[in-house]
Design a protein around this ligand. Structure first.
Ligand code: FAD
Length: 644
């Protein structure tokens, strides 16, 4: 039997970004002893990178805004494939979550009359993003961390131990969710620094691990985004929903190489930045799709007037939803009208005085000046699509955030699917983290405390299996399939990223996706021989070898679902099926692990590890449909739905 450190908790939260921290605070406030685990240092989650702001219909900048308008924008942005109940809860609860942050110490930028300032963003009808310059995510995490420390101080007063009810395990990676029968019993993981294994026993686990961007070559995501939570859920028997929808943010830097992929926040366009091709043309006016024609300006003059007088003019097409802008850039580059390094030009320097740019976009200014010697107050940036966000994720119950089919498992934040449909609007992630993080924490705590003495025990053989799986890269010489030398995890990772970039990227074709699946099968076999040298103490090669399992699993989900969905919608564009098909609005695609025992070794490399099934989407509630004009619904809903 493997000897590991073991501790008992009520709720374990995997991930300390916005979703994880909000879940942990809620679980602890509802009386559950709560542990939080994160791969990086506490406070360094991906959420910190969020720049533009948090979307909430507070109506501070335009009194016309309310939750119904926000709901409508979110559904339009997601092309009506959103789990509508999540979109409803999100729009209704986001303002309270922003106010709550202020009561916990966040300091948002203000309007002249002292209210929380809100800025424009793509796809949002009104200025809606509460922000702190372009460092909103940092303020959000700082505030949640401060709240956690405050709760720990309360606990110290009562118990003499700061960590008696809420403890953070930083620089620790979870590799397996443990189960007893169908129920969650805890998690298995390792400390990155020492390499020591540990088990946290708990009947409720909230997965809040973020996204999958590191499976792609050009990405705005940091090293942590290796799809761990998606894979943990699959391995625990929970399905993933609509994994074909991956958002390519239109404006990642393409040049110079030192900043390739790094995000240029949408606020640059929200504040007046424009996109031009190599001929100097503002090309977005040529790419307004029919479904959005009535809402966007027809001329540059009208678009420019909108910044001063939004009530009497329509917004410029640079502020279309991200999928539309990313596809337009891609088309311009393909047509030979791109910038020298394969992007287009994003210019804010000729649109605003330098000191305004430095005040409104301080991080953008400093980051590019320092990392790339690009002065955004004086020259245009070269930008192009970068893999940014995954809309697909763990299939959850809208109200409780419970993962489907695995009692005790919950998911919130980017790792959960459904909320954003086929395309997320900017700013809707930070609000999603808080709304559903809170809900996940609450329901996980209620579930755990409700079980009282009947907690599922941890099965020792599962610990042995998890430990053997984690140690496998140290004995790659003797591994199946025999004959070859150990594989270098870095090489495998590069090949995986290139494969996903080239064959399952922003524009997809059937033959290429089939080729991608063959390559993934090959990589999967080779990854079983991924070998590392050295020992378990801080060994990044070993960590990557373990992460590869997760990236290969999620990549296969993305490729299989993308091949299956024969239409173009949101973050999924098929060159061979370029139109959105109303019949496909009724279809969700679910990915499950082929081998329900979770033993990957048994899977057939050609057939793959993922089973794909279709399910019919739940009809949208009539009172929510009534928020839209009938002419608009005709563009999205299937005939039978309209009839009903
Ligand atoms: P994260 O914040 O990434 O946290 C994930 C946590 O899980 C981390 O603590 C990580 O260490 C941990 N973890 C992962 N795997 C494991 C494991 N195996 N074991 C233990 N711990 C693990 N959205 C907006 O709404 N507005 C914006 O302005 C905005 N700007 C953005 C700018 C950039 C550059 C990027 C990349 C994204 C932006 N987004 C924005 C998107 C948004 O930031 C993310 O979707 C969101 O922060 C995800 O939060 P999360 O809590 O789900 O995950």
């Amino acid at each position: 039997m493997t000897v590991v450190d073991r501790q008992e908790w009520d709720v374990v939260v995997v991930g300390a970004g916005g979703a994880g921290l909000r879940a942990a605070i809620e679980a602890r406030e509802r009386g559950a002893r709560t542990a939080v685990i994160c791969k990086s240092l506490f406070g360094k989650a991906h959420t910190v990178m969020a720049e533009g702001g948090i979307a909430a219909a507070m109506g501070n900048a335009n009194a016309g805004d309310n939750w119904q308008v926000h709901f409508r924008d979110t559904m339009r942005g997601g092309k009506f494939l959103n789990q509508w109940r999540m979109a409803e809860l999100h729009a209704q609860e986001a303002p309270d979550r922003v106010w709550e942050l202020e009561t916990w110490g966040a300091l948002f930028d203000r309007t002249k009359d002292g209210r929380i300032s809100q800025r424009n963003f793509g796809g949002h009808e009104y200025p809606r993003l509460a922000h702190v310059g372009d460092r909103t995510g940092l303020e959000l995490i700082r505030t949640l961390q401060q709240k956690i420390v405050a709760l720990q101080q309360e606990d110290f007063e009562e118990t003499g131990d700061y960590e008696s009810r809420l403890k953070v395990f930083q620089e620790c990676t979870v590799t397996r969710v443990l189960k007893e029968g169908s129920q969650v019993s805890g998690v298995f993981g390792y400390e990155r620094e020492s390499g020591r294994f540990f088990v946290l026993e708990a009947p409720a686990v909230v997965i809040a691990t973020g996204g999958i961007g590191k499976s792609f070559k050009v990405t705005s995501n940091s090293w942590e985004y290796t799809g761990d939570g998606h894979a943990l859920a699959l391995l625990a028997g929970a399905p993933l929903l609509n994994m074909e929808f991956v958002q390519f943010h239109p404006t990642g830097m393409v040049w110079p190489p030192s900043v390739k992929g790094i995000l240029v926040t949408e606020s640059v366009r929200g504040d007046g930045g424009v996109l031009r091709n190599s001929e100097g043309k503002r090309f977005m006016f040529d790419y307004i799709p029919d479904v959005f024609k009535e809402k966007y300006a027809e001329s540059e003059d009208e678009g420019d007037r909108w910044y001063e007088d939004p009530d009497n003019n329509r917004r410029p097409p640079e502020l279309l939803p991200r999928d539309e802008v990313a596809r337009a850039i891609n088309s311009e580059v393909k047509a030979g009208r791109g910038s020298p390094h394969g992007g287009v030009f994003l210019d804010v320097s000729t649109r605003m005085p330098a000191e305004v740019i430095r005040r409104r976009l301080p991080s953008m200014y400093h980051q590019f000046k320092e990392l790339a010697d690009v002065d955004i107050t004086a020259e245009a940036m070269e930008v192009g699509p970068t893999c940014h966000y995954v809309m697909g994720g763990i299939a959850v119950d809208s109200d409780t955030a419970a993962a489907r089919g695995v009692p005790g498992l919950y998911a919130a934040g980017e790792v959960a699917g459904g909320m954003h449909g086929s395309n997320r609007l900017g700013g809707n992630s930070l609000s999603d983290l808080l709304v559903f993080g809170r809900r996940a924490g609450r329901h996980a705590a209620e579930y755990a405390t409700g079980l009282s003495a009947d907690r599922p025990p941890v099965d020792d053989t599962q610990i042995d299996t998890a430990a053997a799986e984690a140690l496998r890269p140290f004995s790659a010489e003797g591994l199946e399939p025999a004959g070859g030398p150990p594989e270098n995890p870095y090489t495998l990772h590069q090949e995986l990223q290139q494969n996903m970039h080239d064959l399952v990227g922003i524009i997809r074709r059937e033959a290429e996706m089939r080729q991608a699946l063959e390559k993934l099968a090959d990589l999967r076999v080779r990854a079983r021989r991924a070998g590392v040298e050295g020992h378990r103490q801080f060994n990044p090669g070993w960590h990557l070898a373990l992460d590869l399992r997760n990236m290969l699993l999620v990549s296969e989900c993305v490729a299989r679902a993308a091949l299956e969905r024969t239409e173009s919608r949101g973050g999924h564009t098929r060159e061979d099926h370029p139109a959105m098909d109303r019949e496909w609005r009724r279809v969700n695609l679910l990915c499950r692990l082929t081998d329900p025992t979770g033993g990957l070794a048994a899977t057939d490399p050609v057939r793959g590890q993922i089973d794909l099934t279709r399910e019919t989407t739940e009809p949208v509630r009539p009172d929510l449909l009534a928020l839209f004009d009938k002419e608009e619904l005709v563009k999205y809903l299937a005939e039978e739905e309209l009839y009903e």
